[in-house]
Write a protein that binds this ligand. Structure first.
Ligand code: NAD
Length: 363
């Protein structure tokens, strides 16, 4: 089969890590007899430098004409890069927000998985983690809520007041809840829906709609949890979670907390999906300008994002499994990039890690 993939390499370590993901995808194509065609698309700092804006209409059109988008990361050093002297709508991140909106990417999936081989990097005590570790996904609503509601700053009698608005309608809640329950069906069939229903009207509507959606999934066990309790439970008993479903801002905060307890930001993938199977896949970390160009970046988060892309957008489950198995095989051989290095292991650079993973791919 032939597939068209839009490639946004981006800034900082972006080009280095995307090149390694492409190396692994090309090996998949060779072993499984597929054809991947790549269309280079500019976004973020590299688009500002080339076109004066962080995302052009042509770039959006090129993404729409593809089956899916694989991205590295965008942005530079926010204190020193000239990109951050521009007005906010012209900065690198504005390109990503515009792309998410243009492609209707409302569902953000971030897995947080503790690899046995990396347990020593987890900041939580062994007796809490137990022998099972944890394996969860956070399903975050991405295009509504506080980050997209009306906002204003007013001055009255010399007193400055800033207002942000948290709005959700029932259709926005229903579509993300359906995605979460669908994903739970492919996993351990449990959903915890997180809100602040003891205070917020939007959360009370969230609860009502989640309950309606849950009724269509009799095989999935589910419960509601308040967001403050969830933040606590993530460090007290992370193994209890399978799928966490939540709105935009709560998901932003909880997914960072969940990634931190895996102890390895360079390992965490993410997917942002629309109502069809189209999606944008990227590592959870940023462009790490401090190590760009030094061959020290860990490419695994991007390689695992490519695996998610095969699974969720291209429906190639066996090929996605093969990438995930190759990553595990490399880790169990003691091969590590510097960010996850521990005693007795062998340190590799970004390119050599990509080579090692590609070499493990087999049917
Ligand atoms: P960051 O995630 O880029 O880096 C934080 C720390 O983690 C750094 O020390 C970095 O060296 C390290 N790190 C990150 N990824 C790594 C990897 N793959 N391998 C090894 N080490 C890794 O966060 P930051 O420094 O706060 O942000 C840098 C830039 O990235 C900013 O411009 C920010 O806006 C941008 N950013 C972009 C995205 C995105 O593209 N979606 C997401 C987050 C941040």
């Amino acid at each position: 089969m032939s597939y068209r993939i839009a490639l946004i390499k981006g800034d900082g370590i972006g080009p280095e890590i995307v090149d390694e993901a492409v190396k692994v995808l090309n090996r998949i194509a060779e072993v499984y007899g597929h054809q991947f065609e790549y269309e280079r698309v500019l976004m973020g700092g590299e688009s500002i430098d080339a076109c004066g804006i962080p995302l052009t209409d042509e770039a959006i059109a090129a993404c729409k004409a593809s089956d899916c988008v694989l991205m590295g990361s965008i942005g530079g050093n926010t204190s020193t890069s000239p990109w951050y002297k521009l007005e906010p709508s012209l900065r690198p991140e504005a390109g990503l927000l515009k792309l998410r909106k243009s492609l209707g990417l409302f569902a953000n999936i971030r897995p947080a998985y503790l690899y046995d081989e990396l347990k020593s990097a987890c900041p939580i005590k062994d007796e809490i983690i137990g022998s099972q570790g944890f394996d969860m996904v956070i399903m975050r609503e991405l295009t509504g809520g506080l980050y997209f509601g009306a906002r204003q700053t007013t001055v009255e009698n010399g007193l400055v007041t800033a207002t942000d608005t948290l709005t959700y309608n029932e259709a926005e809640i229903r579509r993300i809840a359906i995605k979460a329950f669908d994903i739970a069906m492919k996993r351990r069939k449990n959903v915890v829906s997180v809100d602040k229903a003891n205070v917020l009207d939007s959360s009370r509507l969230w609860r009502k709609i989640v309950e309606e959606v849950a009724a269509d999934y009799p095989e999935v066990t589910w419960s509601h949890m308040l967001v403050d309790n969830c933040a606590m439970q993530l460090v007290k008993n992370p193994g209890q979670f399978d799928v966490i479903l939540t709105e935009n801002m709560f998901g932003d905060i909880l997914s960072d907390e969940a990634s931190e307890i895996t102890g390895s930001i360079g390992m965490l993938s993410s997917a942002s999906l629309n109502e069809t199977s189209f999606g944008l896949y990227e590592p959870s970390h940023g462009s790490a300008p401090d190590i760009a160009g030094t061959d020290q970046a860990n490419p695994i988060a991007t390689i695992l994002s490519a695996a998610m892309m095969l699974r969720y957008s291209l429906n190639l489950d066996a090929e996605a499994d093969a990438i995930e198995a190759a990553v595990k095989a490399v880790l169990s051989k003691g091969l590590r990039t510097v960010d996850i290095m521990s005693e007795g292991c062998t340190q590799l650079g970004c390119k050599a890690m990509g080579d090692a993973i590609a070499a493990e791919i087999s049917k």
